[in-house]
Write a new protein. Sequence first.
Length: 265
Amino acid sequence: MRHYSWSIQSAHSSGVETPAAIGEKYIRMLDRFSQIDPVLSGWSIWQDNCTLDELEAWAEKGMPEPAPVRAVPLDEARRDMTAFVEANAQLDDWGEPQPDEGYGLLAHNKYNLTARNVSVMVKAGSKSDFNNWRVDFGEVGDPPDPSILTYPIMGGIFRAMIPIWPTPWAIVQGSTAEYEKRREERRGYIGTTNVETFRHDIAWMGYLSAELAPGFEPPADLISERTADGVLMISAEARPDPADPDQMRRGDLLKAIMDKHFPNR
């Protein structure tokens, strides 16, 4: 039986915002999530205010406490969220802050490191047009708890994110893949590499902005809803079942729409 990893993700979008504005929106987003379901509570935000050299020096000392990178409870972070955002500026290749490339914020709910974990990444404030957001469910390499993969939870997150962090498109999808080790020779180096031999993506929900798809009419096979600034499409009212041919047909239809309007997503 193949296990699917599930995520909600957006396109790169424009819009240079100040650390104060980013911090206000990030807190508003997490507070909104906490109203959707109890599993979306107990948030902590990762704080990373050290250079690469400082991080390596800390590791060489045996990683003593307090760690330079730590998860800060939301109530602590909200006391001065502007400074918190500024401390999480993107780093250049030498580990130095580069605010023009934006700020990265990562939070997780109270179930971190378990199958009920929900993590939220937002990249905002970049002058290079590399702003986006992503929500992941469960832990890397392990299937998420099915109890968090419900329409009220994932659909609630999806609907909450779009007006707070406007984007040309966004998608809720499940993915599974298989790999095999193969011999590789490159520039005189001989070794092994993991090659993807199978992949399947399931599109569950999708959003297109009115600007990206002017005059677009969703097909009748999809559940659709006009929003203030675009169209929301849903392939199934419950999490799609890979064993259900009709649900997979509608999921493939939604995926084709998303690929057509944003082929390089």
